[in-house]
Design a protein around this ligand. Structure first.
Ligand code: GLV
Ligand code: MN
Ligand code: MN
Length: 412
């Protein structure tokens, strides 16, 4: 008979095969063909457990294990199966599969629960399509409307509304499916740490106390496209050179003018016409700023906006700065932290209470209910890359704690 760890491994590896970039990591954007195939895999596993499956207008999968008590608020478990481009196989999937395994164990062992459980597979957590992270959970919690969906676009100019409709979703229904406070009793998400602290400290379990806030800006610089050989340096209006100045300054601002917890990144840059022998006419780049302390984000964002104006003025460029996505830092529930901690102590698992630098769908639920997160180590701290790894033994420990905590919360 397969052990819990075998089943977790089998599911994670089966989903990992579904990627648009074989041998080059997991590329499985929400609303893509790979997403559809991964969903089909999950639906089959959920059907084996007789879960009641619903998919909302944004593509969030909601699978309920109700066992005759559907009128009570549920304990929600969940995470995501979408990825960044060339990402890892553990980010998100680990939480979804651990939750599925939890329901299998509860059913097999006939554990009595007062409350229903609901496994939610959130859509578009990574923001890979529109640059907006946690979009599925923002829609589920009413933070993002139908009107907003008609305004956002992919990098190819297709609206969020059209992308979701083309996937076969009833997008117009999103307002109807917004979560209500009374629907939910608690939420727990298991996730890989995605940083190197647990691995470095040889600690298999992290218990999350805060999730960082983040802001994503799109900065656009326009200059004059011209010949790279004939245009003297003093006659140029080069937005690429301007962008490089702003990007270097972002690193300095996050490192030296903000807080020790502040981070700033430019991970995506697009230029036109993108030719080696042509001075660019336009450069667009995306700035990601994060901190558990909102002041850190504020400081870097202010400095960045001032720097962009200064650089544009000095170089004769036109500039625009657009806030693409935003989420506040949140504190997780001390009640759930204590529930996980007491289970870790009972089981004699080494743990650390820590912050999350990555954002998670759980953050969106904090103004609805008590929310907690369990981390398991990322080997070498690598994530959002094909080399992302977590030991299955550690996932099993995390899943054990998830089961303990959920049994407590579902019987309150
Ligand atoms: C997504 O999960 C992120 O933290 O960027
Ligand atoms: Mn994730
Ligand atoms: Mn991620």
């Amino acid at each position: 008979m397969e052990s819990c760890m075998d089943r977790i491994k089998r599911d994670i590896e089966n989903i990992a095969i579904i990627t648009a970039t074989p041998q080059k990591g997991s590329t499985r954007f929400s609303y893509s063909d790979e997403d559809r195939r991964a969903r089909e895999y999950l639906f089959k596993e959920m059907e084996k457990l007789n879960l009641e499956i619903k998919v909302d207008g944004a593509g969030n999968i909601r699978a309920k294990y109700a066992h005759g008590n559907e009128s009570l608020p549920s304990v929600i478990l969940g995470s995501h199966i979408d990825t960044v481009a060339n990402g890892g196989k553990f980010d998100g999937v680990t939480g979804v599969i651990s939750a599925l395994e939890l329901i299998r164990v509860i059913k097999e062992k006939k554990v009595q629960l007062k409350r229903p459980l609901e496994l939610i597979v959130f859509a578009e957590e990574e923001g890979s399509n529109f640059g907006i992270t946690m979009l599925g959970s923002k829609i589920l919690t009413g933070k993002f409307s139908l009107k907003d969906l008609k305004n956002i676009k992919t990098y190819d100019g297709i609206t969020g509304y059209d992308v979701m409709s083309n996937f076969g979703l009833d997008v117009d229904s999103i307002g109807r499916d917004v979560l209500k406070r009374n629907d939910v009793a608690a939420m727990i998400e298991l996730h890989v740490e995605q940083g190197g602290i647990l691995d470095l400290e040889d600690t298999p379990i992290g218990i999350v106390k805060s999730i960082a806030g983040m802001r994503t800006y799109k900065i656009s610089l326009k200059g004059v496209s011209n010949h790279a050989g004939t245009t003297p340096m003093y006659l140029r209006k080069d937005p690429m050179a301007g962008a490089s100045e702003i990007i270097s300054y972002l690193e300095e601002a996050a490192k030296e003018h903000a807080l020790p917890t502040t981070v700033g990144t430019v991970g995506k840059i697009l230029c036109k016409p993108n030719m080696p022998n042509v001075i660019s006419g336009e450069v667009n780049f995306y700035v990601d700023i994060r901190d558990v302390d909102p002041q850190g984000i504020e400081k870097v964002a202010d400095a960045l906006l001032n720097k962009t104006n200064e650089v544009a003025k000095k170089r004769g460029l036109t500039s625009s700065v657009e806030l693409i996505g935003e989420s506040d830092s949140v504190k997780l529930s001390s009640k759930i932290i204590e529930a996980i901690e007491s289970s870790a102590i009972e089981e004699n698992y080494k743990y650390k209470i820590m912050n999350s630098g990555a954002v998670h769908d759980s953050a969106m639920l904090t103004n609805f209910t008590d929310v907690g997160m369990i981390f398991v180590p990322s080997i070498g701290g690598l994530s959002h890359c094909p080399e992302e790894r977590t030991n299955y033994e550690d996932i099993k420990l995390g899943c054990d704690l998830l089961i303990h905590a959920v049994i407590k919360l579902a019987n309150e």
